[in-house]
Write a protein that binds this ligand. Structure first.
Ligand code: ADP
Length: 351
């Protein structure tokens, strides 16, 4: 069965075509600059049309959808109810869900009758208990505005946890894991018996670790303080927190960890500070999740920084588990969110 996995962003469509169940990657590619000035692609429909002309035969399509809120704790076959919920979630994921939805609607037009499955970034984290997902805010906001921790990168955390179980030859229900997805966006998850029990990202992907351009945890009072002092509106403040902060904001150089490592080694104090803060925040979360789990079998690194920057991994792990009698395994496992989506699509379609 040929399964096409689509990740549609606001101005791009990335795809991978798998043969299932052999999991063989047949082809992959991306269309970028959709809807931008001078681009030949006005919308997702025209981008996807080109992709499908190349691919020709598709038996089913799996889509990455960022936000499924509390409505989805597992993948779902696309139908009118699913579309309605994805639309509803656009209000709490305005940067991602509208683009994901465009990809689904374009596929429905271009491949009528072909089954589509949606796999949500938030679904894996729906097992997080209330004590970890409710914020210290008026409870009303949870009931009326759906304000709570959702968590993201769920497909990646779930994939590397499954890989760890395979490599360690131990079933997931016998493992306590901490998975660190360290890319441009970064998140860390505590996984007990295969279930996410806490994760660093929150209502949006802004909470938690210091990321490429996102600030991660900050004192909420400083948002209004900075807005007043700098005379900023909400849109400007939002952009600073998401696009001008993190490694880029601290270093004043770049959001690229490779470049920061290089500059720090050449003596740049701000580059070194940015790397130190990044490492420190990851260590703090690992410490917290060690307590949440009450033990640890393996610490897993994945994504751009996690997979490719051994010096950052070493700094994070330096003396980290010295107080533990039984040392956890430290593993590097390349993530493959698209394969996870293909697997889940295949499973659902077959059923
Ligand atoms: P995302 O998918 O969130 O955009 P990635 O997982 O590609 O991000 O990670 C990007 C980060 O990983 C950057 O800080 C980059 O410097 C770092 N990095 C280090 N080595 C590599 C590599 N070989 N390929 C991609 N990113 C890398």
């Amino acid at each position: 069965m040929k399964i096409l996995v689509i990740n549609s962003g606001s101005s791009s469509i990335k795809y991978k075509l798998f043969d299932m169940p052999s999991e063989c990657l047949i082809s992959k590619g991306a269309i970028e600059h959709i809807g931008e000035d001078g681009s030949k692609f006005n919308n997702h429909y025209s981008g996807l049309k080109i992709i499908l002309e190349e691919i020709k035969l598709v038996d089913a399509v799996g889509h990455r959808v960022v936000h499924g809120a509390e409505d989805f704790n597992k993948p779902a076959l696309v139908n009118s109810r699913v579309i309605k919920v994805i639309k509803k979630c656009c209000a709490i994921a305005p940067l991602h869900n509208p683009a994901n939805l465009s990809g689904i609607l374009a596929t429905a037009k271009l491949l009528p009758g072909v089954k589509q499955v949606v796999v949500f970034d938030t679904a894996f984290h729906q097992t997080i208990p209330e004590r970890a997902f409710i914020y210290g805010l008026p409870y009303d906001y949870y009931q009326k505005l759906r304000v709570r921790k959702y968590g993201f990168h769920g497909t990646s955390h779930e994939y590397v946890a499954a890989e760890a179980s395979r490599i360690l030859k131990k079933p997931l229900n016998k493992l306590k894991l901490i998975t660190c997805h360290l890319g441009n966006g970064c998140s860390i998850t505590a996984i007990d018996q295969g279930k996410s029990v806490d994760t660093s990202m929150g209502f949006t992907p802004l909470e938690g670790l210091v990321m490429g351009t996102r600030c991660g945890d900050v004192d909420p009072a400083l948002i209004t303080h900075i807005m007043r002092k700098k005379n900023l509106d909400t849109k400007q403040m939002d952009s600073i927190l998401n696009k001008e902060s993190g490694l880029k904001g601290i270093s004043g150089i770049s959001n690229d960890m490779r470049l920061l490592e290089e500059k720090a080694n050449l003596g740049s104090k701000r580059a070194k500070l940015a790397v130190d803060i990044f490492v420190y925040r990851v260590r703090k979360y690992i410490g917290a999740y060690l307590t949440v789990l009450g033990g640890l079998d393996a610490l897993i690194f994945t994504a751009g920084i996690g997979e490719n920057q051994p010096a950052v991994r070493e700094s994070i792990c330096q003396g980290l588990f010295s107080c533990l009698r039984k040392k956890p395994r430290i593993m590097v496992i390349p993530t493959n969110e698209e394969l996870m989506i293909a697997r889940q699509t295949y499973k659902l379609i077959k059923r």
